[in-house]
Design a protein around this ligand. Structure first.
Ligand SMILES: Nc1nc2c(c(=O)[nH]1)N[C@H]1C(S)=C(S)[C@@H](COP(=O)(O)O)O[C@H]1N2
Ligand SMILES: [Mo]
Length: 424
């Protein structure tokens, strides 16, 4: 059994409050972000002013993805490709690279592993007095360090976003994912903690901020710079990996070749692809990716928003939306459930729109940071439309609710999904 981890919310919320206070006191830095933007955010946190207006992404021009995106496996959404859940039927525990979803803010850069360097720098590293230290690693340097392998999902914080609208009638902004912005892979690489220590981590380092080598991201005409998001040092030293392999192959171009950050159980944006440098800082850091994007704004959240870190709890059937079944036939329904707070220990399934429930047969033991596969038999009798529901409970005691808490950008959808099918 996977060990139970602390329930989400508490630590992250207090981390966030501390940083906001430090920033107000002039003790934190927010590189590449407009001070005005941060001030707006903080004003909202201290007074009940209108919520800050969120920048919208520039119009997509095309996928910019290297691997083929066959229609039977993917739905292209702007610069992104969503995995079709029916394409996972018959695949094993690990999502094949060819079917793994891609979320790109801009487009996939093709980076030469031979010349790639990772630079660590900042006030959280030992340097000469008054001079910040910078240390570089090539891929060979990383490969010479002890390797670790981890089965973990990467899931976009916005996975399931379209269900806020289709199921709850709410308007949210962002890519209209259904449930296919998630995949599980076996990642192999070196612990970030090991690299940080080699680089000369000081005890007063508080945040590390990996940055991608893909293009700068422009939203609403504003250049926000390269994709980057700070991680608290505690998480960075805990289970974060600098991954150079995915499912036993060198990391593919679209998934961060040659090296990406893998932050188990946290939202996908934390797992920065094509990492080129990591700032290690003795002062708290901010980026638009934790102040504007990937932040929870809405009536149920504090003014100024709440941080998004750990993933939520979800279930999905390995079925197309609107799949058809023959009345009188005997079927086995398959699906998967996963959680950012621990393994999934129980899955209940309803084939009659939620009136009656049965316990699904779990194929995998509860697996922290991964998913469990499950199945239930179904013998549909009455022709007509039907709804299939799956409700998971994780080892931290969370159960999928009937309704997800609304936030303006539609993150962390966790409600039980009503999967429409037709019996003919
Ligand atoms: N450099 C960089 N890293 C990135 C992104 C990006 O656009 N650029 N997208 C992030 C987001 S929002 C997600 S959900 C995951 C997606 O990982 P994948 O494309 O390998 O599935 O990568 C994250 N890392
Ligand atoms: Mo994402």
């Amino acid at each position: 059994m996977a060990p139970v981890r602390p329930t989400p919310g508490e630590e992250e919320a207090s981390y966030d409050r501390t940083r906001l206070r430090q920033w107000l006191a002039g003790e934190a830095r927010a590189d590449g972000m407009s001070r005005r933007r941060l001030l707006t955010l903080l004003a909202a946190a201290s007074a009940a002013t209108a919520l800050p207006r969120l920048p919208r992404a520039a119009a997509a021009t095309g996928p910019g993805i290297v691997k083929p995106l066959p229609e039977e496996w993917f739905t292209v959404r702007g610069t992104n490709a969503e995995t079709r859940w029916e394409a996972l039927r018959g695949t094993g525990y690990h999502t094949p690279v060819g079917r793994f979803f891609v979320r790109n803010h801009t487009s996939t850069p093709v980076i030469d592993a031979a010349t790639w360097r990772l630079r660590l720098w900042g006030s959280g590293l030992h340097g000469a007095p008054g001079i910040d230290r910078a240390v570089e690693f090539g891929l060979d340097d990383l490969r010479r360090l002890p390797a670790v392998s981890r089965d973990a999902f990467v899931e976009c914080a916005g996975n399931g976003r379209s269900l806020y609208t289709s199921q709850q009638g709410q308007t949210v902004s962002g890519t209209a994912w259904t449930l296919g912005a998630v995949g599980v892979a076996r990642w192999r690489g070196v612990r970030l903690s090991q690299v940080l220590r080699r680089a000369g981590l000081t005890p007063d380092a508080v945040d590390v901020m990996p940055r991608g080598l893909d293009g700068e991201y422009v939203a609403d005409g504003v250049n926000l710079g390269h994709v980057r998001r700070p991680l608290p040092i505690a998480k960075a030293l805990d289970d974060v990996v600098l991954a150079y392999e995915m499912n036993g192959e060198p990391l593919p171009y679209d998934h961060g070749h040659p090296v990406r950050v893998l932050v188990p159980s946290w939202v996908g944006i934390s797992s920065v692809k094509w990492v080129g440098d990591i700032e290690v800082s003795a002062e708290p850091l901010y980026s638009p990716w934790n102040t504007d994007f990937y932040r929870l704004f809405g009536p149920g959240y504090p003014d100024g928003g709440a941080p998004v870190t750990r993933q939520t709890l979800k279930s999905a059937f390995e079925l197309a939306s609107g799949a058809t079944f023959a009345a009188g036939g005997s079927y086995v329904l398959h699906g998967r459930s996963w959680s950012g707070a621990g393994g999934v220990r129980d899955v209940q399934v309803s084939t009659d729109g939620g009136a009656r429930w049965q316990t699904a047969r779990r194929q995998d033991a509860p697996h922290r940071d991964g998913w469990v596969r499950w199945s239930v038999p179904w013998n549909p009798r009455t022709p007509g439309p039907a709804e299939l529901l799956a409700r998971a409970t994780d080892t931290a005691g969370r159960t999928q609710p009937d309704q997800a808490e609304y936030n303006t950008q539609g993150y962390l959808f966790d409600a039980v999904v009503r999967h429409p099918v037709t019996v003919v």
